[in-house]
Design a protein around this ligand. Structure first.
Ligand code: DAH
Length: 340
């Protein structure tokens, strides 16, 4: 039995020398000292020995046990040290290494343009109103005094969703909504998306953006319209630009006009941007038609107003000299990132 003890000790030493992980070492511990371990079993079988043999053997077995325990303890300790050193090596941070670059997004040129237009009007006391892109035919046409035979209602121009529902063809229905929801004084602009059945080419897109404006109060005149829009043009395109108003027709305004600005690129001499004319058409506007005010139950004897609407893509194309509207929708970062 003494021999057996010596063998166990010898084997333990050899195995522990080879063991390279904590799990392996733990397995060795269980095999030797666990409940069914070899040493435990030998100690258990001591009962069969004679009393005088038992004493000596007990001593020897205990000293082997203590020695093995000591060996195990040392092994565990050195393996843990090793583990720590390995972690220090693998998790080492090189503080001189350059950081990971992550690129920041940029605002889309259409968003930049809407923001600029909005900032100018907000500085003049306009607030922002919003309306849905899916609109009623009533708000998009009837409420805006576009009679039942108005050409813009045509199926070939408008995306109809169902009998009375469409994708708005302009931001003007926000006028109707605001007039119904609010009492004068009303002073809002409304930027947003619009949709028309247009085939995409360099100047057309079935989806585009407009900014609508509406100002209704007591005593509003054409002079307010001109003053406001002239100031807007100067703030957006530069203090030197001049404006002129040409008579036009819109169903929802009477009288109606289009506003041109003197070319901010060439100063009016004629260039590529203004196509040689010295003037650039910027927006439609007019005095709100009484029929439109009536939709909001507004007293047309007491209140008058002006309205305007402009195409955002057109303004962005002019300002940034972009010659194809489709570039705005391709999401090519090389294009978009130029407008910071
Ligand atoms: N809704 C018009 C369009 O899409 C633009 C417009 C013109 C809006 C005159 C207005 C306005 O509010 O007064 O062409």
């Amino acid at each position: 039995m003494q021999n057996q003890l010596m063998n166990i000790l010898q084997e333990a030493k050899e195995q522990l020398l080879k063991a390279s992980s904590i799990t392996e070492t733990e397995e060795i511990r269980v095999k030797l000292l666990g409940k069914k371990g070899r040493l435990t079993e030998i100690l258990r079988s001591m009962g069969s020995l004679k009393p005088e043999e038992r004493k000596d053997f007990g001593k020897a077995a205990n000293s082997v046990r203590t020695e093995i325990e000591g060996l195990l303890e040392n092994k565990f300790k050195s393996l843990k040290e090793l583990q720590k050193t390995e972690r220090f090596i693998t998790e080492k941070i090189d503080v001189t290494e350059p950081g990971t670059k992550f690129s920041l997004g940029v605002k889309h040129p259409i968003t930049i343009t809407i923001d600029e237009i909005s900032r100018v009007f907000m500085s003049m006391g306009f607030s922002i109103a919003e309306g849905p892109e899916v609109e009623t035919v009533f708000n998009n046409f009837d409420a805006l005094n576009a009679g039942p035979n108005h050409p813009s209602r045509d199926f070939t121009d408008t995306f109809y969703i169902s009998e009375g529902i469409l994708l708005r063809t302009q931001t003007s229905p926000v006028q109707a909504r605001t007039l119904v929801a609010k009492d004068p004084p009303i002073k809002i602009i409304s930027p947003g998306r619009c949709f028309r059945c247009d085939t995409a080419d360099a100047t057309h897109s079935p989806m585009f953006h407009q900014v609508e404006g509406l100002n209704v109060d007591e005593g509003i005149t054409m002079a307010d319209l001109k003053g406001t829009l002239d100031s807007f043009a100067k703030q957006l395109f530069g203090s030197k630009v001049k404006t002129k108003f040409r008579p036009h027709f819109f169903p929802f305004t009477e009288p109606s006009a289009e506003m041109d600005v003197s070319c901010f690129k060439c100063g009016g001499k004629g260039c590529r941007v203004c196509k040689g004319s010295g003037w650039i058409e910027i927006l439609g506007c007019g005095m709100v038609h009484p029929n439109v005010l009536k939709v909001g139950n507004i007293d047309t004897e007491k209140y008058t107003g002006f309205a305007f609407g402009m195409g955002v893509e057109r303004i962005a194309m002019l300002k940034y000299e972009v010659d194809d509207i489709r570039l705005f929708y391709e999401n090519d970062m090389r294009f978009i990132a130029q407008f910071k």
